[in-house]
Design a protein around this ligand. Sequence first.
Ligand code: GLU
Ligand code: ZN
Length: 467
Amino acid sequence: MSIKSRFAPSPTGYLHIGGARTALFSWLYARKHGGTFVLRIEDTDLERSTPESVNAILEGMTWLGLEYDEGPFYQTHRFDRYKQVIQQLLDQGDAYFCYCSKDELEAMREEQMANKQKPRYDARCRGRTEPLEGVSPVIRFRNPTEGTVVVEDLIRGRVAFQNTELDDLIIARSDGTPTYNLTVVVDDADMGINYVIRGDDHLNNTPRQMNILKALGFEPPIYAHVPMILGGDGKRLSKRHGAVSVMQYRDEGYLPEAVLNYLVRLGWSHGDQELFSIDEMIELFQLENVNKAASTYNQDKLLWINHQYIMNSDPAHIAHHLSVHMGKLDIDPSVGPNIEEVIVAQREKAKTLVELADTCAFYYRDPSEYNAKTAKKAFVEAAIEPLTRARDGLLVLDDWRREPIHAVLEQVVTELEIGFGQIGMPVRLALTGGAPSPELDLTICLVGKDAATRRIDAAIEYIRSNS
Ligand code: GLU
Ligand code: ZN
């Protein structure tokens, strides 16, 4: 049997970390088994669904690289089909009109509470044969009143529900629009979904959905309910914990594969391995190894993983993702030093691409100011002579590589009988303005002859006018 899984978000907000993890698990499962991954937008809640949110979900999926084989399907395009199914359930006697008013339902609730009973719809409209004048009814599913519904969940194991615990849920609102539990069942069946991997906030809906499937003559899919993600304080993860929309992770300088690597480890493990390439995830991922217990979001861990990816990924790949952050600094890295070489020189200390862009910036633009503390020590009158000689030496250097550049500096040191620091410190400050930089000869080499000599001239000028 070919596996077909899906991600079925409701577009009522951005794609958040919990949704992205559900999507990832579902995607991994399909990829692992050479199956099909479907994206379905569950937008039947017309009041809460927005086009912005649909775009945010699509953008987030694309950035993460969770490409789908089918879809996006929109539930709002399928209203006719839901109507047809609701009619079928009515015709079969598996659904009925309920004319209860808000007040009536509220009174029912209060009475049950007063009797220490669980509040539930008492099915009083089941036997009604005549419509109630002037009332637009809802439609309820006639849930079986006896028996057990067993969910053989791949993560949670066997979970049994008594039908007596389930009341007759609404499948169509009074305006005729279908509700989630109906649409999800129709779509999963119509789209041939055989693996439903989703958040465990839906576990309690599952027996109801299985009952509807059964009434319609469909085979239920295999379910896997993924436990939720908690913040460090043990509460359900939210913005307060620093967990944000997937696209905000991009804006804050995370690599998509670092986010995926972090997500896959939220609730799933393979020994004590922390870093997984996408291919390894696909190979090793197993739903059966997903934790039953909730997992805890940890921003420091995410940052650590991101740093590992920045240090170890192909520089060309990093360059691709760095460009948006360079762009925000108004830098076009195609003009100036080779960005891949710059990345290799600078990446050790950068935990995010935002930090990396910041520390790479000086290669592409002359310093507009100097670190004051360093300038006080380095930009003194005694530095003018070494700076001048360094500039002259570099200007006539044809073989622009690290070793010859180093030789130029060494020669000045010998000629002037000074320590290396007396030339190294002012030259470095002249070139970088005080930004972190690698070995001096490498820094000079990457900055390039024109910019290096120009910046040394500017530093000499600066010292003259400040002393
Ligand atoms: N649309 C539902 C939600 O966003 C998910 C439905 C499902 O996965 O079955 O919570
Ligand atoms: Zn009723």
